[in-house]
Structures are given as structure tokens and as C-alpha cells.
Design a protein around this ligand. Structure first.
Ligand SMILES: *Cc1c(COP(=O)(O)O)cnc(C)c1O
Length: 386
């Protein structure tokens, strides 16, 4: 059954694994078995050992591949497991070009693990095609993109970077965590590999850590399947089930949270306590047009800058609705402080250069009533002057 004629909103619910053919159950069965009985000495069945394949994981992988308009997806025990496994496609002597405001865990893996294995890298401002072009060397094998980026929501011109990569015979990898396939489908723009932290919007409920990688090329699929089985950082069946459940509401969550984020971003631009708002849905944002040309929306994450650390402290301690935590992409709004959380390891001058000042807060908008969130921020901003 191909359900590709339907929009993603419908396909999130109506797909091959909507019901269990054995029982009609309207939920994917959780299969905990680690091994599978073989009937025939010469011909083994589809499954033999659960690291190599598991029916619950397979259901998630098939469903998710289809949502990204790919052919194959692979489920991992975390976003970092997905990303590091994909990086293992590189060999000693290869070179990686990577965005300079990449996720902290990816930064750590690149600078402290890949380097030990003889894999070089160059950090670039991925929004500047000329800079990316200059960074490419004869041994460059991969370009790693994140768009919009964290926390200043810079937008990378996906089509331009893909064209450049093709010219130089290197693979493109895109971390699509902030957008999900509801808002951005990089494989349609000829990106080679999409990676996700499914811990965020895909799971959506702050209760599971998971990762995904998706491709549309059988050769790449074979390479990643081999590495997934070799590394073994697979997602367990219970967590696969949680991700499958999260998918059912993903469109509804993305739509509601994005709409609220848009209105909150606009409201923030009018507040005297706020110096700057970073959100690609604002016409004043440098990536506004570009994001529109390659994604179906600006997403549910925004950042805003207050005067200084003292103002941040007052607001963080006064807000009642958002949780103050690392992470993003959940039913509850999450307020984070990049200078002390995601970018704590970065020297202050490097942070400031990237716009990550001591006054910057990131807000991942959840499903609370938008007016309640605004009221909450309003009362918290009042504390700044008191
Ligand atoms: C959280 C995150 C990751 C890492 O995912 P984990 O599931 O925490 O391992 C990677 N990329 C981005 C953009 C993220 O936000």
C-alpha cells in the first residue's frame, strides 16, 4: 500500500503500520525478543537477532522513511548515536565541513573523537556559501548542516550547499531536529542523509531519548545499516513504540506550537525589556525568505535577548509555566539558557561572536495556551525593573 498521495498530516496516522495484521490492534505491537527461531537450516527468516532487526523498530523505521520521502530509516538509541554512526562513514584521512553553531554534542564528537581517528574538520558559517566553498579540500567527504541553527536560528541555503557538495563529490548530512519532516523534508532538496534527535519534537513528550537517520539511496542505506549493526546503538522496542505514538500527534503539535511561537515572537519584539528576537518567522530575521523557500514553516523554537545575566536570572526565577531545562520540542514549553547550558563549553568571546550573549534565552514553545504564556512572560519581565 502506498499512501504517498496523502499529505503528511494524514500519513502520520494512516500508514502501513496503522493496524497489526495479526490482530487488527490499532497500535504497533512491542516485540521484546532478542532472538528468533529459524525453521529452515538453509534459509533464515527476516529476523535472526534483535540488534540486526526487530519488528517494532522495523515498523518505526519504515514509517519514518516514508515521512521524510526516503527509502530507508534507521532508529538509534539517541540523536547522538544516529549522528556519530553516520560520521563513522568517514575514514582516517577524510575531511568534514561542519557548521560552526552545530549542536554541542556534535561539536564534541567532531573535535574530541573524530580527530583521534584521523578525521579532520573545518568549522564554517554554513549560511555563507563562499565560505563553505573555500573550506572544501580534495579530501572533503561530508558536509554537516543544521538549519535553523541553535540558538540564533540562522538559516542555511540547503539547495546551494547541496549543489556545491555535488560539484565536489561529498555527501550532505542535515540535522532536521528543529523542523521535523512536518516542516522540512531535506531529501526532497537532494540532501543525502537526514539525522534527527527524536528526543525532541518527534517523541514530543520529554519521556524518551532516541535518534533517526534517513536516506533515499540504496547504497547509503546499506552502509548505514552495516554501521548500525556494527556499532549496535539501536533503539529498544519500547522506545520505538513511544516514538511511533509521538508521531501520531506530531503534525498537530508542530502546528499549534509554531503558531504560538510566531505570535510570541512578534509580541517579544514589542517589549522594552527585549533587545533582540531570533525567529525565522519574523520578517526582520535574516533567514526569513530563505526559510520560506525551503521549509513549510519557521518552527516552534525562538530565542530572545534581555539586557544581561541579572535580567535573565529574574525572568527564569519568575516564570511559572515553562520548565527551565535543557532540551526542546515538547508538549510543555521549555526555557533554556544557552550560555550556561548548550554552549557552556564555549569560551565567552566565541559565544558573543555567535550572538549567544549572557542575556540570551531560548524558548521552545509547547502546547499551553498562547495567552497564558504571554501573561507569564509579562509578569516575569516586570520583575526585571523591580
Ligand atoms: C538534542 C539534539 C541532538 C542530540 O540528540 P540526543 O537525542 O540528545 O542524543 C542533536 N542535534 C540537535 C539539533 C539537538 O537538538
Amino acid at each position: 500500500m502506498s499512501s504517498n498521495e496523502y499529505s503528511i498530516q494524514t500519513r502520520l496516522i494512516h500508514h502501513k503500520h496503522k493496524t497489526d495484521p495479526a490482530s487488527g490492534a490499532v497500535s504497533v505491537p512491542i516485540q521484546p525478543a532478542s532472538t528468533f527461531h529459524q525453521e529452515d537450516l538453509d534459509q533464515f527468516g527476516e529476523y535472526d537477532y534483535a540488534r540486526s532487526g526487530n519488528p517494532t523498530r522495523h515498523a518505526l523505521e519504515e514509517t519514518f522513511a516514508e515521512l521524510e520521502n526516503g527509502t530507508d530509516a534507521f532508529a538509534f538509541s539517541s540523536g547522538m548515536a544516529a549522528i556519530s554512526t553516520v560520521f563513522m562513514m568517514l575514514s582516517a584521512g577524510d575531511h568534514l565541513v561542519i557548521t560552526d553553531d552545530v549542536y554541542g554534542g556534535t561539536f564534541r564528537f567532531t573535535t574530541e573523537v573524530l580527530t583521534r581517528h584521523g578525521i579532520e574538520h573545518t568549522f564554517v558559517d554554513m549560511t555563507k556559501v563562499e565560505e563553505v566553498k573555500r573550506a572544501i579540500k580534495p579530501n572533503t567527504k561530508m558536509i554537516h548542516i543544521e538549519t535553523p541553527s541553535n540558538p540564533t536560528m540562522k538559516v542555511t541555503p540547503i539547495r546551494d550547499i547541496v549543489a556545491l557538495a555535488k560539484e565536489h563529490g561529498c555527501l550532505t548530512v542535515l540535522d532536521n531536529t528543529f523542523m521535523t519532516p512536518v516542516l522540512q523534508r531535506p531529501l526532497d532538496l537532494d540532501v543525502d542523509i537526514v539525522v534527527h534527535s527524536a528526543t525532541k519534537f518527534i517523541g514530543g513528550h520529554s519521556d524518551v531519548v532516541a535518534g533517526l537517520a534517513v536516506v533515499k539511496d540504496p547504497d547509503l542505506a546499506g552502509q548505514i545499516k552495516f554501521l548500525q549493526n556494527s556499532f549496535g546503538a539501536i533503539l529498544g522496542p519500547n522506545d520505538c513504540w513511544l516514538i511511533m505514538r509521538g508521531l501520531k500527534t506530531m503534525h498537530a503539535r508542530m502546528e499549534l506550537s509554531s503558531r504560538a511561537a510566531q505570535n510570541i515572537a512578534l509580541w517579544l519584539t514589542e517589549q522594552p525589556e527585549v533587545n533582540k528576537v531570533y525567529y525565522p518567522g519574523l520578517e526582520s530575521h535574516s533567514g526569513y525568505d530563505l526559510n520560506k523557500s525551503q521549509a513549510d514553516g519557521p518552527g516552534a523554537v525562538l530565542s530572545f535577548e534581555l539586557a544581561d545575566r541579572a535580567a535573565v536570572k529574574k525572568v527564569v526565577e519568575a516564570v511559572k509555566i515553562p520548565v527551565f531545562a535543557v532540551s526542546l520540542g515538547a508538549v510543555e514549553s521549555i526555557l533554556s539558557y544557552p550560555a550556561k547550558m548548550s554552549h557552556a563549553a564555549m569560551p565567552p568571546h566565541e559565544r558573543e561572536k555567535r550572538g549567544i550573549s549572557d542575556g540570551l534565552l531560548r524558548l521552545s514553545v509547547g502546547l499551553e495556551r498562547e495567552a497564558d504564556l504571554i501573561e507569564d512572560l509579562k509578569q516575569a519581565f516586570k520583575k526585571i525593573d523591580s
